[in-house]
Design a protein around this ligand. Structure first.
Ligand code: SF4
Length: 720
């Protein structure tokens, strides 16, 4: 019998069946390598009918089973020796060593000298348990996770506007009938290909609008009358949104009844955007006035038609506009535009943000964040502390307070009063963190580094102890998709002997530390506890159970006891105490990129179809790595000619933080002033060697999407 489960990668969480004992793409050769892992896992992937993917998968999904049989898997704990090499160790010895180092560090420097870094790919059970483990077993406040680099700005904006952050507050398949869809800063055609099936209705109506400085695969979906591609100067998204809001208000295209009955703050926003008249916006963004006006009118007309026909306007944001040091304000500005058009909390239109990581939604709900307790509770809320401490069986006063957001946490590594010992779970920070070489150098100053992973990632190779952990198809659990749907991840194959779940690892370390509280290693027990801990919170899972999820009925949180779930949020009221949405005044403090000043270019980073996150997994899948084996710098032909760079030639991309060396990919998809690097690669091809660790003051999001670099040819054009 096939096992019904979901893809291990992105937040679309495409449904798939795993059938044992057959050949999966690329698996035959891997099995022939006689990896101990290969004999344990031989699975065929087939797509399964599900509202988000309708049986479709992208090539990452089709090839996902190859991860299970990779010859690169770590199959036993590895402990660094005095000469710097790794040697295998028993679980008992490895965990004894970890516990001893934790005890010494805490005794010498205090509990906050131990830090924990989690990941948005961890199951809900693991995300929850990691937060509890850090605060109860380690007594440390210093936990945060890689979702800080992903969804934090969108989440902060959603919280301040709506009082609640759920990526899509509606079902994905509600987009099918939309008249108009505006996508800002997301290349869904490559990052989650089955998603584009939900854009067909808008394309047929000529209403797909894509805002992206690059002519991406998603932007090309607007060709042939299907819609409009708007190509602003990188980093000018906030001004663009202020300008669109200005036009909607100036041309009296707002939904006045909606604004009066469902929102607050309109007058202040109206005044604040009044100075962003179209010609000024054109100056800053490079988007012509006619296109600004046409877009604003299209959005408003779609919204008006939606009120009559049920097929309205949707605005969707992605990391392209959120991964900025003003990302929260940019996302807030997109929400302001949505609110003046009357889109949010209706049955015909909507605003949402497209979560990226597999459990990027659930991973930000249950306590991995430095200021958070399960159920989206705030850790400095006395009532929240009392409730959660009661579930955990500990004294509320024993729980630490607010810790440090990710970039600050990494900045505290090895510093006086900072972190001496770090545990990393589900993250590869040496590749994914901004200013990556500084992070790598800081990790080397630690007294002790523990990394749990499937493979020797760029971060794991620096560790003192590496703990091999179970993968997606080797464990039970739940994930929460980009639309807030809680789904089951099911065990399809036993893990190779010697590999353990993080839940078991934390249970064992907590026991060795003599921790208060109990730490189950059973996912279903942890889920039941998570549901109790979330009860009464904004992300309330208290009515859920594995038995309910196994019925395969759609289950959207909030799902309190007695509920049937909430596919569409905010229909009656927003989550603020007065039930109203907030329009929030935001100012554009950082205007458009200084393009080509002094020979510099603006670097954008992003994803490729074939790879996921830091590439630790997908670079080990033959079909994916054959298609995209290395980083390539995309640049416009005119820019390439000016710099003496030919297609495939080696180039050096640098600034005062670092240098990347890779081949060039000359492409008319780029603007003259902009270059693009994917962030999936390691060594000296890490795009984040160049990015800045300046952060958004509200969300802690680093600046990933607007970096000034110099580019030069390493070999004269035509010489190779
Ligand atoms: Fe997996 Fe995302 Fe591809 Fe679907 S779109 S198969 S969830 S990587």
């Amino acid at each position: 019998m096939p096992t019904a489960t979901h893809c291990p990668y992105c937040a679309l969480q495409c449904a798939m069946n795993l059938s044992p004992g057959e050949t999966t793409p690329g698996e035959a050769d891997v099995a022939a390598s006689a990896s101990p892992a290969a004999s344990a896992a031989s699975l065929t992937v087939t797509g399964r009918a599900f509202p988000t993917n309708r049986g479709g998968l992208c090539k990452k999904g089709w090839t996902a089973a190859e991860l299970l049989v990779s010859p690169d898997r770590i199959l036993e704990p590895m402990v660094r020796q005095a000469d710097g090499t790794f040697e295998p160790a028993s679980w008992s010895d490895a965990l004894d060593l970890v516990a001893a180092k934790l005890r010494v560090t805490r005794a010498e420097y205090g509990a906050d000298a131990v830090g924990v870094f989690g990941g948005g790919g961890l199951t809900n059970e693991k995300a929850y348990q990691l937060g509890k483990f850090t605060r109860v077993a380690l007594g440390s406040s210093r936990i945060d996770y890689n979702g800080r680099f992903c969804m934090s700005s969108a989440a902060a904006a959603g919280n301040r506007a709506f009082g609640l952050d759920r990526g899509l507050p509606f079902r994905v398949d509600e987009l099918d009938t939309a008249d108009t869809i505006l996508i800002l800063g997301s290349n869904v055609a490559q990052t989650m290909p089955p998603f584009i099936g939900h854009l067909e209705g808008a394309r047929a109506a000529g209403g797909l609008v894509v805002i992206d400085p690059r002519r991406t695969a998603t932007a090309r979906l607007t060709d042939d009358g299907a819609g409009m591609h708007v190509q602003p100067t990188p980093g000018s998204d906030l001004v663009l949104l202020l300008g669109l809001t200005h036009i909607v208000i100036a041309e009296k295209l707002t939904d006045r009844s909606y604004l009066a009955n469902r929102t607050t703050g309109f007058d202040a926003v109206r005044r604040s955007v009044s100075r962003w008249w179209p010609s000024r916006v054109q100056e800053q963004t490079g988007v012509p006035v006619w296109q600004l006006r046409e877009l604003a009118r299209r959005l408003a007309a779609g919204a008006a038609r939606g009120a009559a026909t049920g097929s309205g306007t949707y605005i969707l944001t992605g990391r392209g506009v959120e991964q900025h040091a003003d990302g929260t304000d940019t996302a807030t500005s997109a929400i302001n535009l949505s609110l003046v058009l009357g889109l949010v909390g209706t049955t015909h239109s909507g605003y949402g943000t497209l979560t990226g990581q597999g459990n990027g939604q659930g991973g930000r709900e249950h306590g991995q964040k430095c200021d958070q307790l399960p159920g989206y509770r705030r850790i400095n809320d006395p009532a929240a502390r009392t409730h959660v401490a009661g579930v955990w069986g500990v004294d509320p006063d024993s729980l630490p307070g607010v810790g440090l957001p990710a970039v600050e946490l990494l900045g505290a590594l090895g510093e006086p009063g900072g972190i001496r010992c770090l545990l990393v779970h589900g993250s590869n920070i040496v590749v994914s963190a901004p200013n990556a070489e500084r992070v790598r150098a800081a990790l080397k100053t630690l007294d002790f580094l523990v990394v749990a992973d499937f493979f020797f990632s760029d971060t794991a190779v620096l560790a003192d102890v590496v703990l091999p952990v179970t993968q997606w198809a080797e464990e039970e659990g739940t994930m929460t998709s980009l639309e807030g749907r809680v789904i089951r991840r099911r065990l399809a194959v036993d893990a190779p002997e010697g590999i353990r779940s993080e839940l078991w690892i934390w249970q064992e370390i907590a026991r060795r530390l003599g921790s208060a509280g109990t730490f189950s290693s059973q996912a279903s027990e942890v889920f039941d506890e998570l549901c109790r801990a979330s009860k009464g919170g904004l992300a309330d899972y208290s009515g859920l159970s594995y038995a309910l999820l196994d019925t395969e009925e759609p289950v959207f949180w909030p799902y309190p006891v007695g509920s049937t779930g909430t596919p569409r949020l905010f229909l009656d009221r927003f989550a603020h105490p007065d039930g109203l949405a907030r329009l929030v005044v935001v100012e554009a403090r950082r205007l458009g990129a200084p393009a080509q000043v002094g020979g510099t270019l603006t670097l954008i980073t992003g994803r490729l179809l074939e790879h996921y996150q830091s590439g630790t997994q997908t670079r080990r899948v033959r079909e994916l790595s054959d298609a995209q084996p290395e980083a390539r710098l995309q640049l416009h032909p005119a820019t390439a000619e000016q710099l003496g760079i030919s297609d495939e030639a080696w180039v050096e991309v640098s600034n005062d933080r670092g240098t990347v060396r890779c081949r060039a990919q000359v492409s008319t998809d780029m603007r003259f002033d902009t270059v693009f690097l994917p962030f999936h690669f390691s060594g000296d091809q890490r795009a984040n060697l160049l990015t800045d660790d300046e952060t958004d003051p509200v969300s802690g999001m680093p600046e990933f999407k607007k970096t000034t670099v110099r580019v030069r040819a390493l070999v004269k054009a035509g010489a190779n």
